[in-house]
Design a protein around this ligand. Structure first.
Ligand code: COI
Length: 376
């Protein structure tokens, strides 16, 4: 069986970009490291031409199918700097699994998990200096697959490009870990039954842009989506999953196909169960949330996601009325989850669920071009 080779083409030292000096003002998603990974797919070769090379523009035909019909999937995960200098990847296996589930739904070719893992390792080996050293900052990793065949008719592409870019990031929301204001969206829908809601694909995010712009104009950070069929049940925020603490119980919408199966969501549920906090994955109507608020039992609302980690919600707006949660302050459960998650991610707390993949970069000579043969 032919083995995949991975070409490593380090950017010469003189051409490397300056790294941000101030890690407290990184923002999110605007700075990119020196290298990127890419691989191509076509029949009968499958995935080939895997390489790590200089971060730069992608040449593509204007007729490339991704540009017209959105055949694309992506992922988001983070690498964290531990105290001793090691780099921790948080549950990369879950992202690779979801990437392949997304690819299958979009009729795109899945990737060998070993190839993606090797790509992460090679990128972090070369760009380890880009992983921030401050608490609250990390290196965001964005794997993406796009349809590249030039064709104006509607069909699945016969060629694909998979690439991974990375960049140092700080907090996703301008609020940082301070509570955000969320508007319950009543006019637009994000995803319907049988659609793409559980898939990390551009269409879901494109569908959310106008609603988010309108919400932002009114002073809200994001919108909370209701189910498209009934406009009754809460679903997700678009950039994160959502959880409600009502009395002693934490309730979060189930993975019914219309919400994203978040890696942080799964981690939060595991943590809550390990602390004997009752968790229910069930449909929750917005009416039940409002009733709980009126009864004084809506104790906490918070979102969770890779980019946002844990985002407490201080205010929910529904039908033009504002409902303050915990007087707009962060609740103890959201705080505990945030502390535990980032404690594990930065290697300060025991990795009791074996979520981390630990890398020790800087071991290999990162300035010489090499070719690695992978076991796939
Ligand atoms: C993530 O949380 O990693 C995402 O992909 C959400 C995106 C809106 C930044």
């Amino acid at each position: 069986m032919a083995k995949t080779t991975l070409k490593i083409e380090p950017v010469p030292a003189a051409e490397r970009k300056p790294k941000p000096q101030d890690e407290t003002s990184l923002g999110f998603g605007r700075i990119y490291s020196d290298h990127m990974f890419s691989a191509e797919w076509s029949e009968p070769k499958g995935w080939h031409n895997a390489r790590v090379s200089k971060y730069g523009p992608i040449a593509m035909a204007p007729a490339a199918l991704v540009l017209h019909y959105g055949q694309t999937v992506f992922e988001g995960l983070k690498a964290y700097r531990a105290a001793g200098g090691d780099i921790n990847l948080f549950r990369p296996d879950k992202n690779i699994e979801r990437l392949n589930n997304s690819a299958r739904r979009l009729d795109m070719p899945p990737l060998e998990p070993e190839l993606v893992s090797a790509a992460f390792e090679a990128l972090l080996e070369l760009d380890h200096e880009w992983v921030p050293r401050s608490q609250g900052a990390s290196l965001y990793i964005r794997p993406t697959m796009i349809a590249t065949e030039p064709y104006i008719g509607l069909k699945s592409s016969s060629t694909f490009l998979f690439f991974i870019i990375t960049g140092p990031v700080g907090a996703y929301y301008p609020e940082g870990f301070n509570p955000v204001r969320i508007r319950v969206e009543e006019r637009y829908s994000r995803a319907g039954p049988g659609g793409l809601g559980s898939v990390k694909t551009a269409a879901n995010y494109a569908a959310s842009l106008l609603a988010e712009k309108e919400a932002k104009k009114k002073g809200f950070t994001q919108v909370l989506w209701l189910d498209a069929a009934h406009r009754k049940y809460v679903e997700e925020v678009g950039s994160m999953n959502i959880l409600f603490k009502i009395g002693e119980r934490v309730i979060t919408p189930p993975l019914g196909g219309t919400i994203l199966p978040g890696v942080t969501r799964d981690s939060v549920i595991q943590l809550l169960k390990s602390w004997d906090v009752p968790v229910e994955e069930r449909q929750l109507s917005i009416a039940e949330v409002i009733e709980a608020h009126a009864a004084g039992t809506l104790e906490e609302v918070f979102g969770c996601g890779t980019a946002a980690v844990i985002a407490p919600v201080g205010m929910l707006d529904y039908q033009g009325q504002g409902y303050q949660v915990r007087e707009g302050k962060t609740g103890p459960l959201a705080q505990r989850l945030f502390d535990e998650l980032i404690g594990i991610q930065y290697g300060r707390l025991p990795d009791r669920f074996r979520w981390l993949v630990r890398l020790q970069p800087g071991q290999k000579n990162a300035s010489t071009p090499t070719v690695r043969t992978l076991a796939v």
